[in-house]
Design a protein around this ligand. Structure first.
Ligand code: NAP
Length: 377
């Protein structure tokens, strides 16, 4: 199949990432039909010439390629595997490409189900963030061979500048989860550094320049730390999505019977940020966890929510029949992965109550002064 054989493209999911990707597809001259749960988010694409469909099935009916860029594995499952999902409703021979960061096992299931129906499906999560989507320079992390993906390359090239092939179904998702656990630790690294600099009274921007010029820096410290320091917590990449990604990686690590201490700590922090009202803030809001309560409140967080909802997940999903996509067990036996002893009155490192222990793990007796700013008195 050459470019001329891909004429009609469908896009399901027109959020932060999907909308700019759709814009590049239109600019490249493809005939685009879009569907999004909330229609308003697709208005920009409709104004540029995309057609609207009322459901994923309607969008896919006539499409040579269907791209999906939804939020969670549960959304992916809904869009692909329900009775009127893409596996059934797309035409024979169609390509179904999932750009969502999702579960490797689900990607394998979708690939296998599509094969039975004479359709081609592969996982293709992305990195590069909102800016990469706007610029059309995303990196694609693909669970397919280069040879197999060749027919759809002209479409993928219009919104990406680099592609990595991991050859097997689910391979793209696994590699993306590796990227996410590394990203999460980089974010904790710069958040620690910013807190240490601020509390020591040195110039924080100059400290970040030091990171940028040495091995202590990261992509995250370059692009996100300045936004944290400036108090700009707009997403970008939402905290609840990074929590989802770390949860998926932890789920995988449990299957493999390995421990990922960095990811476990990061899960605790991002889960806490989500629980106190930061789910839809950008991930750079992690630095708020180190700030005093007044700063947190001014930014829109509410620490009292943590105490109200200690066992429950606030990921925004109904946990009636389905599993939370954060990857953790939310039942009675749910164990916090922060590695702290939670007996007695100790609260995990975001709790600010009387019996709170310092998040730095320091003894507070004697003359040691805590700088974590989480103490009521
Ligand atoms: P987002 O803004 O929430 O976009 C997801 C869109 O999918 C939303 O507009 C949502 O509809 C729609 N959707 C969800 N389920 C649907 C369904 N069943 N049918 C139709 N539409 C549905 O999130 P995003 O930032 O674009 O991220 C999308 C995915 O890419 C996530 O998995 C994320 O982890 C990943 N990712 C994000 C970034 C980033 O920097 N933002 C970077 C790389 C990867 P509503 O409008 O109704 O919510």
């Amino acid at each position: 199949m050459t470019h001329t054989h891909i004429r009609k493209v469908a896009l399901i999911g027109c959020g932060i990432m999907g909308a700019p990707i759709g814009g590049h597809i239109l600019d490249a001259g493809f005939d685009l039909t879009v569907h999004n749960r909330t229609r308003e988010k697709a208005e920009g694409l409709l104004a540029k010439g995309a057609h609207w469909a009322d459901s994923p099935a309607e969008a896919a009916a006539d499409a040579d390629v269907v791209l999906t860029m939804v939020g969670y594995p549960t959304d992916v499952e809904d869009v692909y595997l329900t009775t009127d999902g893409l596996i059934r409703s797309a035409k024979k021979g169609a390509w179904l490409i999932d750009l969502t960061t999702s579960s490797p096992q689900l990607a394998r299931d979708i690939h296998d189900a599509a094969e039975v129906e004479d359709k081609h499906a592969f996982d293709c999560p992305v990195t590069g963030g909102e800016q990469g989507a706007i610029d059309g320079t995303l990196t694609l992390i693909m669970g397919v061979t280069e040879q197999e993906a060749a027919p759809v390359l002209p479409l993928l090239e219009c919104f990406s500048s680099r592609r990595f092939y991991f050859d097997v179904p689910g391979g793209g998702q696994t590699a993306k989860l590796c990227n996410q656990v590394s990203l999460a630790s980089c974010m904790m690294g710069y958040a620690d550094a910013v807190a240490l600099a601020e509390q020591s009274g040195i110039d924080v921007d100059r400290m970040l320049e030091v990171l940028a010029n040495g091995t202590g820096g990261s992509g995250a410290s370059k692009t996100l730390a300045p936004r944290s320091v400036a108090g700009d917590f707009k997403p970008g990449f939402m905290a609840e999505h990074l929590r989802k990604d770390i949860g998926l990686a932890l789920q995988r690590s449990e299957d493999l019977d390995i421990t990922l201490p960095g990811a476990e700590t990061a899960f605790t922090l991002f889960d806490m940020l989500c629980q106190i009202g930061g789910s839809r803030m950008g991930t750079q809001a992690i630095t708020l966890l180190y700030d005093d309560e007044a700063t947190c409140t001014a930014a829109g967080l509410d620490w009292s929510l943590l105490e109200q909802d200690e066992d429950g997940c606030d990921c925004g999903h109904d946990h009636g029949d389905h599993e939370c996509s954060c990857g953790h067990d939310h039942g009675e036996g749910h164990e916090c992965s922060c590695g702290h002893d939670h007996d007695g009155d100790h609260e995990c490192c975001g709790g600010h109550g009387d019996d709170h222990e310092c998040c730095g793990g320091h003894g507070h007796d004697g003359d040691h002064e805590c700088h974590c700013h989480h103490h009521d008195d």
